[in-house]
Design a protein around this ligand. Structure first.
Ligand code: C5P
Length: 304
């Protein structure tokens, strides 16, 4: 597991909670448990939230502060749920103050809530009198969100099952993406993951799992470039409803020769910026002109 702890004392742990993008996301069918089966290549970003977990001297009580985002300071927040689950599993009880500095937008397809939840479990495990083994932490996290387990792993990983089954990628390709510049952009709108999956189920536009595994395999063997690999089956249900995405994507491809993709269930999209690309300012101008002045744009990069 990659250590993302920034600072640690006996009563305080500060953790970096990175965002992710899905470089490849194939949905290969609906399962009997209501979830969808997927194959995905996920990459962590230098964009991330900072979570501070403080063990108070009190016997119980969970407090959450989310500076600038009062709407996130409620028991539905995944850091709250993660805390509840960790206490339940260990049988411990003590007062805890959580402070979450948000950088990752919510309902954005960047895994912010899941990453925060995993950071919470990691921090509590450091501060607790008892420690859960890593395998149990990962298991706990699957009960919070399908993509939580991926945040225990390295920067790049392949997710399968409903997203919870994780494996690392071949070291050669892993190295090649470290430091890759990524431009994120997002219209001022958020999507519910459940709703996007429901819409996909209506259209039944699934990929074949053999095809999906072969694409990743070819990429891992250097026979497919990362640009050629880019794919997201959740674009179809989103773009069928929000027509402006397709128009903008076509314009970006035509004008700049770049390949934009949506991450996860949206609404954030990303562009891998090639080395030496000198038209970033012009590209951003197009993004703001198309999605409006309240479009969120962020320069970030893939981290190990
Ligand atoms: O697992 P998570 O809570 O992040 O998923 C949110 C919703 O997205 C699920 O309740 C489900 O409706 C949908 N989903 C799915 N298949 C997946 C992951 C999520 O249908 N593999």
């Amino acid at each position: 597991m990659r250590n993302r702890i920034i600072e640690q004392t006996s009563t305080l742990v500060r953790v970096f909670a990175p965002a992710k993008i899905n470089l490849f996301l194939a949905i290969t069918g609906k399962r009997d448990d209501g979830y969808h089966q997927l194959t995905s290549l996920m990459a962590k970003l230098s964009l991330g939230d900072i979570l501070e977990v403080r063990r108070t001297g009190k016997e119980s009580g969970i407090q959450l502060a989310c500076p600038g985002y009062p709407e996130l300071e409620n028991p539905q927040n995944l850091v709250f749920r993660a805390t509840g689950k960790w206490f339940e599993s260990t049988g411990e009880s003590w007062g805890v103050e959580l402070s979450l500095k948000k950088q990752i937008p919510s309902m954005a397809g960047l895994g912010g809530g899941s990453s925060d939840a995993v950071s919470t479990l990691i921090a509590l495990n450091e501060l607790g009198d008892s420690q859960l083994p890593q395998s149990e932490l990962v298991q706990l996290s699957t009960e919070i969100g399908s993509d939580c387990p991926s945040f225990f792993g390295d920067g790049l990983c392949v997710a399968e099952g409903r997203g919870e089954s994780i494996r690392p990628v071949a070291p050669s390709v892993y190295q090649s993406l470290f430091g890759q510049k990524v431009l994120l952009f997002r219209p001022n709108i958020g999507f519910s993951t459940a709703e996007v999956y429901q819409n996909l189920a209506k259209y039944k536009k699934y990929s074949i799992d053999v095809w999906a595994n072969k694409r990743i395999n070819l990429w891992e063997h250097g026979e497919l470039s990362t640009i050629e690999l880019l794919h997201n089956d959740l674009e179809y249900p989103v773009f069928s409803k929000h027509l402006y995405y397709r128009v903008l994507f076509q314009q970006i491809e035509r004008q700049f020769g770049l390949v934009p993709k949506m991450s996860g269930s949206g609404s954030t999209c990303f562009i891998l910026i090639p080395e030496g690309f000198e038209q970033v300012a012009l590209l951003k101008e197009l993004l703001f002109n198309s999605f409006g002045d309240d479009c969120w744009v962020n320069d970030t990069e893939i981290i190990p």
